[in-house]
Design a protein around this ligand. Structure first.
Ligand code: 2AL
Length: 249
């Protein structure tokens, strides 16, 4: 089984962190390819960053679909799940967002969870996803450790300490059974944080790898009936000309 994990930001070090964490939980026989867009923001921590990164995500899915190494499942490894439904239109393979995957898993091991994300201003993105996916009443609180995304790579010790502190506050104050980590760059931190805090810690990259393996094992892919059918081929102009007349399989 071949899983392509797309880090929607353009920071190579974070793509590597994500790929390594995914490989650690992957079953024998699962191959992970971690990629990132050629163009786009180095980190995603605003609505603007997210809108731009969604184009990079669909380009990566198209590259996967057109490449010589067939992809069995795609994972979008940013906690805003940028471009998720658009990506699903482009392939018959399952496409999982890490926020969506983490919410599903957290509700299977707890009745209530809190999210601990990076910057407070990105909290609204998680809130919108909780609402649109139908998980709002499972989430007690969206918290922020107030760390810029790239601090996870550049100042890992400080970032980890802030995350542990915020997760401890969540445990004390939120009446929860689990914590969801709110950034793809936290993919390698579940064990350390869970041990330090004493709660199950769910992280979306690792959750999405295991859910992808389950879906592929069940021979379930993205439905091509209805709104997730391949997009109607049409002309695109200007810098998006190469999206014109996309082939549907
Ligand atoms: C993210 C994420 O997962 N990757 C990134 O660049 N920004 N979202 C977040 N809330 O920190």
């Amino acid at each position: 089984m071949h899983i392509q994990i797309i880090n929607p930001n353009t920071t190579c070090a974070m793509t590597e962190t994500i790929g390594t964490a995914a490989e650690k939980v992957a079953s024998p026989g699962t191959r992970i390819t971690a990629t990132q867009p050629e163009n786009g923001p180095v980190s995603i921590e605003s609505h603007f960053d997210e809108a731009i990164s969604a184009v990079g995500v669909v380009e990566e899915v198209l590259a996967g679909e057109r490449g010589n190494d067939p992809v069995d499942a795609y994972i979008i490894a940013c906690f805003g799940d940028p471009g998720l439904l658009a990506a699903r239109e482009l392939t018959q393979a399952p496409v999982l967002g890490i926020a969506e995957a983490a919410f599903h898993v957290a509700t299977m091991i707890s009745t209530r969870f809190s999210i601990v994300t990076t910057l407070g201003r990105t909290g609204i993105i998680a809130e919108h996803l909780l609402e649109s996916y139908g998980f709002s009443h499972h989430c007690r609180r969206v918290r922020a450790a107030e760390i810029p995304v790239l601090d996870l790579e550049e100042h890992p010790d400080k970032a980890l300490q802030r995350l542990v502190d915020e997760c401890r506050r969540a445990k004390e104050e939120d009446n929860i059974g689990a914590i969801v980590l709110g950034c793809g760059g936290m993919a390698d931190l579940t064990d350390e944080i869970s041990e330090a805090v004493g709660l199950p810690v769910v992280e979306g990259v690792t959750a999405a790898v295991k859910l992808s393996e389950a879906l592929v094992g069940l021979k379930l892919g993205t439905s091509k009936y209805g709104d997730l059918a391949f997009p109607r081929p049409k002309q695109f102009v200007g810098r998006f000309e190469n999206f014109s007349h996309l082939n549907s399989k």
